[in-house]
Ligand binder design. Structure first.
Ligand code: SF4
Length: 759
């Protein structure tokens, strides 16, 4: 496909204000410079004085979006599969044929299997308030329902575990409040690349300039550790709770915990504050002192052997966090994506309670950290009459044995599923293969047309996931439509994305084609309610304005491109609960911060303890499998991709060539030099890619930047290097989340590969 960058005719440049709508962690103001029907340049907000508002400046990714939307491989026409499913062979068809085929299959599957047979998988590509997934949920709700999911590949464990402590996931202060911290400890958090709020790195830079100490705990010397931190403490993946337990041990032994805070606000820290009926020895304090059932004191020496952090560093860290106040121990999402990721979430909350950093400016309650102040922005109404849900990670099980699944297999809202999944609508997603686990096993499930009767997908490219589509539709891009987009937590603004150009080829807006699909299902009128797409935008603005006095009207909002809420002061999570606990109990069963959760105790599952604990992970550093596969493999985010978006951009590959990061010592032991082609493998698969030999990853750990597109050769070796060729499909015990960073591998230099030049 040849795409003209410039159209004939009108060459006058105009600037259109929009934003980024990627699953990136930020939301920025982007200025699209347009000539004719072509975006010729993308710049960012640079025209707001700092005293008025903080600029929302874009990073390299949206600014390189032209390399995505004008990529020569972008699909511009509906396609139908002509080869074996998954082979990636397609033929151009009309929209009419494509939508007829989808409608026929929807009707057939609904009639034979009911709503549990229809699944709309987790996906985050091409988002926005009016994404295709929004419209499809609305349509399927009207059609009789579908099987939905809960949780997310990003944050399943923190979403599930945090409420057991606090009763809510809204545990985060406003981001600017970090400027009031006297000590900041970042655990597996890399906002310099993961963004996590557009101006987070800006605040950390200001904080550092003010002399506040920033410590990064991470297996990798991340961009944040390198540019914003005073100290880097490398830690073995999956062992964060051993560190937390030992920090708690030091605090207790040296009487550094704020006992009056614990006595007043917490349940289950010590034996004196336990729920009724719980046998002696099950408090958190008893656990760390070795007075509980395991009898092991969680000393810094004990933790050193597990985490790889010297005992004296652990002791110093505990003393520092306990005495420098206020302090913010902020957990990123990476550490909770492991075998027992629920534990690190609750472990951090206990340390925050022991140091009384909850409910105060400059502190941080830990846990999810979702914004405690979340301004209301309306969304498109949809109702799913089917109450059954599964964890977003467990859909392969629901394909293979859905009818056998119950609550013990992640089902919520029903005692069990009435059908296996038979039809998938994968809209703007790469989680069917690439961003899921154990690609080689998943591939076999998707290939089987008996198991999955029909797969429809929409996207900009034939990706590893859309390769498995029976019908593949060409989506519009985020600059080819009007849209409204909310920021990531915890920012107080909302953006209007103005359409800059018309969609390429036969790419269509989701509302447009899903309305036509609704027509084929006899549901056009209830689906559209007679509204055009811009009528729906007006609906969203009007509904938002109803709950936000002063919110601009549609025309003004569209023209300004942004609305910023103004607040007199930053929001502090749990401020009311701490300042006036009698009148503001925590939304937990006890009304307290539940260090010990009776609800978890009642599960009586050793991998779901009632107090947070270090649990030795399968395929962690203590697993016997290390004899065969001695390296822990994780997958970090980089600035050159948003998950798997941009992987096919040559421009971005130049920014940061894809390679497995390996420590110099591990590389030396294997005669590997930077740039060598290596094989990373375990029992689940083999990937072949270049090595990056560096001290920026700790010994014993390798990292394959996540999001590379799985590209198997005829032997099944992934020649691009997708980390999920190696990861295991084993849901975490409580959240049923993805344990992506729990994975053992071995590496060897590829035979016949002469040492290549460093890159
Ligand atoms: S990728 Fe995210 S952080 Fe970067 S410019 Fe786009 S919206 Fe902003």
């Amino acid at each position: 496909m040849k795409i003209e960058y410039l159209s004939e005719g009108d060459q006058e440049e105009r600037v259109v204000r929009s934003s980024g709508a990627l699953n990136c962690g930020g939301r920025c103001v982007l200025k699209l410079h347009v000539k004719g029907n072509t975006i010729v340049r993308i710049s960012t907000e640079d025209d707001i004085p700092e005293e008025k508002a903080l600029q929302l400046r874009g990073c390299l990714r949206c600014r390189a979006y032209r390399s995505h939307m004008y990529h020569p491989d972008r699909i511009q026409y509906p396609l139908k599969r002509i080869g074996k499913r998954g082979e990636g062979k397609f033929q151009r068809i009309t929209w009419e044929e494509a939508l007829n085929t989808i409608a026929e299959n929807l009707i057939a599957v609904r009639n034979e299997f009911g709503p549990d047979g229809i699944y709309l998988p987790y996906a985050t590509g091409n988002p926005g308030l009016i994404s295709e997934r929004t419209w499809m949920r609305r349509l399927l709700g009207l059609f009789g329902g579908y099987l939905s999911y809960y949780g997310s590949y990003s944050s399943a464990c923190t979403q599930a575990a945090t409420p057991y402590t606090y009763g809510t996931t809204a545990t985060g202060n406003s981001r600017e409040d970090i400027l009031n911290s006297k000590l900041v400890i970042l655990v597996g958090w890399n906002p310099a690349e993961m963004i996590s709020g557009t101006n987070t790195a800006y605040y950390l830079r200001k904080l550092r300039e003010s002399g506040t100490k920033i410590i990064c705990i991470d297996p990798m010397y991340s961009a944040t550790a390198a540019t914003l931190a005073d100290q880097w403490i490398p830690i073995r993946p999956t062992t964060d709770n051993a560190l937390f337990d030992a920090m708690a041990y030091v605090m207790v032994k040296e009487n550094l915990q704020d006992q009056s805070f614990l006595d007043r606000y917490c349940l289950g820290f010590d034996e004196e504050h336990m729920p009724e009926g719980i046998p002696y020895g099950n408090s958190y304090k008893s656990y760390v002192l070795g007075l509980g059932p395991d009898g092991i004191p969680k000393t810094p020496i004990w933790a050193e052997a597990i985490t790889g952090i010297p005992a004296e560093t652990i002791t110093a860290l505990a003393r520092e966090y306990a005495t420098v106040k206020p302090g913010a121990l902020i957990q990123g999402l990476g550490p909770q994506r492991h075998a027992y990721g629920e534990q690190i979430v609750r472990g951090g909350t206990v340390l925050a309670a022991m140091t009384s950093n909850i409910g105060i400016s400059g502190g941080w309650a830990s846990g999810s950290g979702y914004a405690a102040r979340d301004p209301f922005v309306a969304s498109i109404p949809s109702i799913n009459p089917n109450p059954a849900q599964i964890s977003m990670f467990c859909w392969p099980d629901a394909i293979l044995r859905g009818k056998e699944m119950g609550p013990e297999d992640s089902v919520r809202g029903a005692d069990g599923l009435k059908s296996n999944i038979k039809l998938l609508l994968n809209l703007g997603g790469n989680c069917l293969i690439n961003q899921h686990s154990d690609i080689n096993s998943t591939k076999k499930i998707l290939e089987d047309e008996e198991l999955v009767r029909f797969i429809a997908a929409s996207d900009h490219f034939i990706t590893p996931s859309t390769r498995f589509a029976d019908i593949l539709l060409p989506s519009d891009s985020m600059y080819e439509r009007d849209d409204i987009i909310k920021p990531w937590d915890p920012d107080d603004f909302v953006l209007f994305m103005n359409q800059a150009v018309k969609p390429l080829g036969e790419c269509r807006n989701g509302y447009d084609w899903i309305s036509d699909l609704a027509g084929k299902l006899g549901l056009r009128e209830p689906f559209t309610e007679g509204r055009t797409l811009s009528d729906w935008h007006r609906y969203l603005v009007d509904k938002t304005a109803e709950k936000n006095p002063g919110f601009p009207d549609y025309e003004t909002f569209k023209q300004q491109g942004i609305y910023r809420w103004e607040h007199a002061k930053p929001c502090i999570a749990f401020e009311a609960q701490i300042s006036d606990p009698e009148n503001n109990p925590f939304p937990t069963p006890s009304g307290k911060i539940e260090v010990f959760s009776k609800a978890l105790w009642e599960k009586q599952q050793s991998d779901i303890p009632a107090v947070p604990k270090y649990l030795s992970a399968w395929e962690g550093p203590e697993d016997e499998l290390t004899q065969e596969y001695p390296l822990q493999c994780i997958g970090h985010h980089t600035k050159r991709r948003v998950h798997s978006t941009f992987d096919n951009s040559e421009l971005m590959e130049e920014v940061e060539p894809h390679a497995v990061w390996i420590n110099t010592k591990d590389a030396e032991a294997r005669s590997i030099l930077s740039g060598d082609r290596v094989r990373v493998f375990n029992s689940r698969g083999i990937v072949s890619l270049a090595a990056k030999v560096t001290v920026r990853v700790m010994p014993g750990v390798v990292s394959i930047p996540q999001g590379a597109w799985w590209t198997p050769d005829e032997n099944g070796t992934d020649t691009r290097g997708c980390v999920n060729t190696l990861t295991k499909y084993q849901p975490t015990p409580l959240a049923f989340g993805n344990p992506s960073h729990t994975c053992l591998v071995q590496i060897e230099r590829e035979e016949n590969d002469e040492h290549a030049i460093d890159h």
